[in-house]
Write a protein that binds this ligand. Sequence first.
Ligand code: BG6
Length: 486
Amino acid sequence: SVKVETLVLFGATGDLAQRMLFPSLYNLHLDGLLADALTIIGSGRSPMDRAAFHGQVRAALAEHLPEERLDEAAVSGFVERIDYCPVDAGAGTGFDDLATLLGHRRSRPVGVYLSTPPSMFGPIAQGLAAAGIACADCRIAMEKPIGHDLASSREVNAQVGSAFAEDRVFRIDHYLGKETVQNLLALRFANMLFEPLWNAQAIDHVQITVAETVGLEGRVSYYDGVGALKDMVQNHMLQLLAIIAMEPPASVTSTAVRDEKVKLLRSLRKMTAADVKTHSVKGQYSSGAVNGAPVAGYADELGQPSNTETFVALKAYIDNWRWKGVPFYLRTGKRMPERKSEVLIQFKPVPHNIFADVGGARLDANKMIINLQPEENIRVKVMSKQPGLDRDGVKLREVTMDVSLSHSFAGERRRIAYERLLLDFIEGDQTLFVRRDEVEAQWQWIDSIRDAWAAVDMAPQNYTAGSWGPSSAIALIERDGASWHD
Ligand code: BG6
């Protein structure tokens, strides 16, 4: 695939661009990973001149990058790549100015990155096409969410698709750019140890937790009405689930990996009104304390009561041979006691306990705990004999095999997920981007939950900020004789 020569960033004055995209592009620049000829055009609705925009970018870098990465010569060189062009996609104005600014570069590969509200995706794609900025080598990247359900996601995909063919559409899920998520592929498919056990014969259940300590973070207009199911489960958690549970792809090419993910997502058992009350919990945080600091409840932050969930727990099943009968418990929430993303693989107990008659009455089943955030490590809990002569019986104890990746790979800078995604986008590698059928399969399952919630009129239950969610989320897993790994 040819490399992008001009990157056009819509939403360039927005929060994500300032916090993540410009710092990531700068890191790539500093590491010599951007071609000298690559130019960047920032675009937002407000009129601004180039110098003023450079000021904004400089401020964003200073705020969001560690000091040791900031080098004045590099920063100057970086902002020199950047132009600014106001475009108001809603009003349909500015596209011609953008075309003029691009000039001859318009017929060269342009990469358009949309970090705007999703309602703008269609209008921008179409405005670009009308202004002649969608040549055969041009491509487009989009942030989430793609629609708010299956029907609307199809609409957005069709609008964008009318200007950009699918092999030029890059749907972003920033979890896929995380090193730790990538490493799940290595763990599963670069080792012989785990894969033979990765199935319903050996595994009792799987837990996936993505807990955050933050609350609304001033994102009221986006978050309220969206909620945790659509904000976190539809995308990030389903991607994690797919990577953990999919069949081995034949290679790591974009088609092979994405084919397997789609197959897996399509095997998710749809939620029904009959089981939604025992298979799901919605929660909303009320006032409490996180890390010792008092925080307001969601409705107080919002200034009015709301039915939006800030926590969701789900019990999901994958109806295929490998996972027959294995529950996958998913849980995500804001204002939890700690920030942690973690996968727990709970193995089954051994079939027969040979130590039962000599004192080793209890054998804990093996567990594998994969920490993705904030620390990356993998721990396997195994049973071991306590040293001794065993005159009064064998004593067994659970011990931990610990692979701390931050330790094994100390000294290597952990890149921002967006560095890799931006570079792949520039280079045209779609492996870590979500394909159209994939995002639609995700929505299909999420819609089944939404519909089941509506059918039984499910409202969020309160949980105290700084707790692990409503008590019914604990009951959801404990009914099955298991418990959350906290
Ligand atoms: C975003 C969600 O996609 O992911 C946010 O919209 C959430 O609500 C964020 O806070 C979490 O990302 P990370 O990388 O901090 O785990």
